[in-house]
Design a protein around this ligand. Sequence first.
Ligand SMILES: NC(=O)c1ccc[n+]([C@@H]2O[C@H](COP(=O)([O-])OP(=O)(O)OC[C@H]3O[C@@H](n4cnc5c(N)ncnc54)[C@H](OP(=O)(O)O)[C@@H]3O)[C@@H](O)[C@H]2O)c1
Length: 233
Amino acid sequence: MNILVTGASKGIGKAIAEELQDTGNLFVTGRNIEALESLNSKGFCACNLAEDISELITFIKKNKIDVLINNAGEYIYGAIDSVDFDKINHLYNTNLIAPTKLIAAAVTNMKEKKWGRIINIGSISGVMGEAHAGIYSASKAGLLGLTKALALELAEFNITVNTINPGWVETGLGMNSIEESDFSKEEIIECIPQRRFVKPEEVAKLVKYLITEDAKGITGQGINICAGLSVGI
Ligand SMILES: NC(=O)c1ccc[n+]([C@@H]2O[C@H](COP(=O)([O-])OP(=O)(O)OC[C@H]3O[C@@H](n4cnc5c(N)ncnc54)[C@H](OP(=O)(O)O)[C@@H]3O)[C@@H](O)[C@H]2O)c1
């Protein structure tokens, strides 16, 4: 098994990389080289997903990646008429366009092997709407559309495609998004049925399960891990 985790330098991606380090040959990517070097991996490719990703595409093909974890992502908060167009491009490139291209690059080998796992990290914001985060929500909803279509297209090759939708997770991105919002940490916790943030390790363990043979029947799904947030209040 040749695994690639994007955004492995911190947060949820780091937890996923640590969880999977003994599952197969682990490869990682992100922008922070020092953080990537500190992981116990077989190799890394530093890359900004919003810019030229050609080196990472070559890296995926060379290392015959058959488990692709599209985790890297960014968040922007603001009224739709206040967001700079360059930031819109940056967010869609990072959260949706690059993950789509990485899947395209990895799938040829998976088809030859007649086995593969594609796991995207979406967000509850792509399942429900999030006011003032329309671009982020749309980028994550896009992953869900891609997941369903590719699950159908790739089913005959034993390739499963799923998207995990976390609610609030205790990471830099999660905590910064609270700071940028109009709500305090306490107010956010009041809206979560379990009154807690999800831990990165909980997402990582779900990823690990989706890679196993036991999970081969799970494909085309958006799986929410949100401490009850998506159900209602
Ligand atoms: N935290 C939450 O509450 C939450 C909730 C729902 C969904 N999510 C999703 O979970 C995923 C991981 O988020 P997180 O909370 O772990 O965030 P994080 O702690 O900010 O980590 C983000 C990771 O993505 C990488 N990354 C970001 N922009 C990149 C770019 N342009 N090119 C390459 N790498 C880039 C970062 O790499 P460098 O540090 O090396 O730059 C870092 O490794 C994201 O897709 C996010 O949308 C998070």
